[in-house]
Design a protein around this ligand. Structure first.
Ligand SMILES: [Ca+2]
Ligand SMILES: [Ca+2]
Ligand SMILES: [Ca+2]
Length: 637
């Protein structure tokens, strides 16, 4: 029976063709006791968890030197097992997340929330029956980072079920401060994956499958507070807007964000189109490894559905379901959500042969171990891609979700997947993208972390930002940022009053900073765009920016910029006007929002920027009807 399966697999793998981009590689560090999580930390460091050694360390990217920040086996006596064979649960020390404040250049911001979160299996409990693995327990703990050690453990969530298999264990923090009923409930949230404990297979053949049981944490994505929200008891760490939250005694379902997961070891937020989405990579059984878009309250199907809800496993045991009918379950379950992608699948006609194949290396799965999101205009074609690492195939796969988050796009090789970073040892545990978008870190179970540096051509001329603001009567100032290469010749500035027919306003031949003044802004709608022209005539357009010029409305100036303390907006209006001011970071996260009424004449409005992280922000001022009056790039020092 091996032959047909392995032939099928080779055929499927052939479609996942290899890369054309080039990379230089080096080993950052070796000799690790299996790096499980790798986080790109402040000051070009990699923060690493070693799963059976229970060490949390900081690795200097440049020279590979390792500083142990916490040795859990030495400090936590509740870890009651060794790393020896038959003792160590799957994973062990797993997820790690750094509070966003730790990335701030402002020491006061860092000192306010110097927190690091780790998830680990700590208790080996009863081992019922000879054919059942031990029941372990997992917890999520918050530590305080003082620059050289992690101390002051605070238990965020305890009594998460653990197993010898399928603990999942990925821990991340959402990209935005998430709203709550008051200041204490408004904070960043943790997202954590718990697997199905391997129920129904190998040592856990008789373990109950709980992925569909809302009030058991197994087979779930959990959502948890990063800080005490002031509620009594355990509720201090439960976000009150979780989809299954009920006030009163805290139960496991209060933490649950989504259900029906088998083993989601990858979890990442990414912006595709204009929407922040939570993507997961999930290991399925004999085929159908999934990429999902995780939404609150949704059901991802395990152990009633695997891969798409098309019936390919109908009649074949999945999890503890001996005779599944995928379509029957999906039509009876309105919260069910299909994956956006499966790496390999098999039709029903091949399932019998696949189930007869005992060598799991021949199953058409990749055993996805992690996922990261590429949001950079650096490597041509890569912006808004997902990278997925695999334990089985010694590869990192790139796929590109569509902007609606419902499926994936076709890549330049004509298929949905391109693979990278092959040939340096098997079992890739983690892929991490550096903030530069040009370096990639790959942790392998062999104990190494490799760095792959992109050596190809980076995107030629492209626009990274374009802003327009009214600076006086019928006067608009246009400023833009663009990356240009040796083929760049000049820019042309165009304007339209209908967003369709553009007219040339002028030409810019100089160097950065790029700036153009339009001294004849039209009353009503004005659309602007910048055209970049190469020496050979090749053209790239910026996005269009629309402003509305109503001479009766407002003239706005903003200073100082860059700003350290207070940003002053000087707003001159002819009549009483209500405006909305928002400040967003590069990822679209709103860090400041205010509605203000301006009185006729000159108004000064100050925004206190002291506690805001040092980076580039976009300030938008819109009028009561939502029309943009001005957008401005603000640099916080
Ligand atoms: Ca709460
Ligand atoms: Ca699924
Ligand atoms: Ca299916």
């Amino acid at each position: 029976m091996k032959t047909p399966i392995s032939l099928l697999f080779i055929f499927a793998a052939y479609n996942l063709s290899a890369q054309s981009e080039t990379f230089a590689k080096r080993t950052v560090i070796s000799g690790l006791n299996k790096a499980w999580e790798v986080v790109y930390g402040p000051n070009d460091s990699l923060w690493v968890t070693e799963n059976s050694a229970y060490l949390i360390s900081r690795v200097n990217v440049a020279n590979g030197s390792k500083t142990v920040l916490l040795d859990l086996r030495a400090t936590d006596g509740t870890i009651n097992f060794t790393s020896g064979s038959g003792q160590q649960p799957q994973g062990g020390l797993m997820g790690l997340a750094l509070h966003p404040n730790l990335y701030s250049a402002d020491p006061l911001v860092r000192a306010a929330k110097p927190w690091v979160y780790a998830a680990y299996v700590y208790n080996r409990g009863s081992c019922p029956g000879t054919n059942t693995s031990c029941i372990f327990t997992t917890k999520i703990v918050r530590y305080t980072y003082n620059g050289s050690t992690l101390s002051s453990p605070v238990i965020v969530l305890d009594n998460i079920p653990g197993s010898s298999d399928h603990n999942s264990g990925r821990l991340i923090i959402g990209p935005t401060i998430e709203a709550g009923s008051d200041a204490a409930h408004t904070q960043y949230r943790l997202y954590y994956t718990v697997g199905d404990m391997g129920a129904g297979q190998f040592l856990n053949t008789t373990r109950t499958e709980n992925a569909q049981a809302v009030n058991v944490m197994e087979g779930k994505v959990l959502r948890i507070n990063t800080d005490d929200d002031g509620d009594a008891g355990l509720d201090a760490w439960v976000p009150n807007d979780n989809p299954f939250y009920t006030a009163g005694t805290v139960t496991p379902s209060d933490y649950v964000y989504s259900i029906g997961h088998r083993n989601a070891q990858g979890l990442v937020w990414g912006t595709s189109g204009a929407t922040n989405r939570l993507f997961s990579s999930e290991q399925q059984d004999r085929s159908d490894d999934e990429i999902n878009v995780i939404e609150p309250g949704s059901n991802y199907g395990w152990d009633k559905v695997t891969g798409f809800c098309e019936g390919n496993v109908n009649g074949f045991k999945i999890g503890q379901t001996t005779n599944p009918n995928e379509q029957t379950f999906c039509s009876a379950t309105p919260t069910y959500k299909d994956p956006i992608f499966v790496t390999f699948t098999e039709p029903t006609a091949q399932m019998g042969a696949l189930y007869a194949e005992s060598d799991n290396s021949l199953w058409p799965t990749i055993a996805s171990s992690s996922i990261d999101f590429y949001k950079q205009n650096k490597i041509p074609g890569w912006n808004e891609s997902i990278l997925v690492s695999s334990l089985k195939q010694d590869k990192v796969y790139r796929i590109k979700p569509n902007s609606a988050g419902t499926g994936v796009l076709t890549l330049p090789n004509g298929t949905d997947t391109i693979s990278y970073f092959r040939g340096d040892g098997n079992r890739i545990r983690r892929i991490r993208i550096a903030p530069s978008g040009l370096k990639f870190y790959v942790a392998r179970d062999a104990g190494t972390i490799m760095e792959y540096s992109y050596t190809g051509v980076t995107l030629s001329s492209h626009f990274t930002d374009f802003r327009v603001r009214l600076t006086g009567t019928a006067i608009a100032e246009l400023t833009w940022d663009a990356v240009t290469d040796q083929y760049h010749d000049h820019f042309e500035i165009e304007r339209s009053t209908d967003g369709n027919n553009y007219y040339l306003l002028g030409r810019y031949d100089g160097q950065a900073p790029y700036k153009f003044i339009d001294g004849a802004v039209q009353p009503g709608n004005n659309y602007y765009r910048i055209k970049q022209i190469d020496k050979d005539g090749k053209i790239t357009y910026s996005q269009a920016v629309k402003i509305v010029y109503d001479p009766s409305k407002a003239i706005i100036t903003i200073y100082p910029n860059p700003v350290q303390d207070d940003l002053t907006m000087r707003v001159s209006v002819l009549k009483r006007s209500q405006m909305k001011i928002t400040l967003t970071d590069a990822e679209g996260k709103v860090v400041y929002k205010k509605q203000n009424t301006f009185e006729p004449g000159i108004n000064n409005l100050k925004i206190n920027m002291r506690s805001i992280t040092a980076q580039v922000y976009i300030l938008r001022i819109t009028d009561y009807d939502g029309e943009i009056i001005a957008t401005e790039k603000v640099i916080k020092l």
